[in-house]
Design a binder for this molecule. Structure first.
Ligand code: UDP
Length: 260
């Protein structure tokens, strides 16, 4: 299959889409819901159909997060728990791969921890080649190293694959001044600088990931993946959530946009 034709209205030609594990489960639940996975696959296909080269970094929080596990059990080494978390992302990745292929998409699942027979090993040049051929590349097992999260994996992969943006898919409309589910006065930001995110400890990504973005001037768009069509709007450069970028990228001081 050849790559879909490029649409001139598309702003970002190569993107890393970060989907947290929570997107793979029903709201408030754990495990894998195939209905949720099918929704992710449909939305992801819409972006691929725009001719965007798409690498999807998968989280695993719906199944297991290393940090949670260690607080419950001291008999498991913290590093082991993180490896378990990385394996959880592979299960999500397998589910997404099949859901995408049932929609007719060409995909490759690549893992940062070798597991021949299940997926290809992640090799940067190979991943780039898949992207150039129009295949959706699903990146699982995070960085392959414990003590970090898949947010950091998303940023590192975006840098090495030379993606123009990290699209962080969430269940809320963007970055808020406070938890919008608990505080009805929480304000939704339209734009933020990396510095503001770090100083105000806003929940965008883990601080290591934000610091990497800042160092390399890699923009992050945080948006609601549940709203149909938002992914297409995001790759077309339309404002669908909160854009986190460098101070020099804007002439206006970033500020709150709306009351939710
Ligand atoms: N993890 C890790 N190294 C990585 C990526 C992930 O050790 O490079 C582990 C870590 O324990 C993490 C878990 O895998 O909690 C699942 O990933 P994450 O919490 O980022 O998933 P998400 O919150 O996006 O669902």
């Amino acid at each position: 299959m050849n790559a879909p034709e490029e649409d001139p209205g598309v702003k970002y030609r190569r993107v890393v889409l970060k989907i947290s594990g929570e997107g793979f489960a029903e709201p408030g639940q754990r495990g894998i819901s195939m209905q949720a996975v099918e929704h992710i696959a449909q939305q992801t296909k819409l972006a691929a159909d725009q001719g965007v080269q798409l690498a999807v970094v998968i989280g695993g929080g719906n199944l297991l997060r290393g940090a949670q596990f260690t607080s419950q059990s001291s008999s498991i080494h913290e590093a082991t728990a993180h490896y378990m978390g990385m394996l959880a992302t592979v299960m999500n990745g397998l589910a997404l791969q099949d859901a995408l292929e049932s929609l007719g998409c060409q995909t490759r699942l690549m893992t940062a921890i070798r597991m021949d027979g299940v997926a290809e090993p992640y090799i940067r040049r190979r991943a780039r080649r898949h992207l150039e051929k129009g295949r959706i590349v699903i990146l699982a097992a995070g960085t392959g190293s414990p003590y970090v999260t898949t947010d950091t994996a998303a940023v590192l992969r975006a840098l090495e694959l030379e993606a123009q943006v990290v699209l962080k898919a969430t269940r809320v409309d963007g970055v808020y001044s406070d938890d919008p589910e608990k505080n009805p006065h929480a304000v939704l930001y339209s734009k933020l600088t990396y510095q503001q995110v770090l100083e105000q400890r806003l929940r965008v990504m883990d601080p290591t990931a934000v610091a990497q973005c800042m160092e390399h001037d890699l923009p992050v768009m945080v948006f609601n993946f549940q709203k149909p069509g938002n992914i297409v709007r995001a790759v077309r450069g339309e404002r669908v959530g909160t854009l986190v970028h460098s101070a020099s990228a804007t002439s206006q001081p970033p500020g709150p946009r709306t009351q939710p």
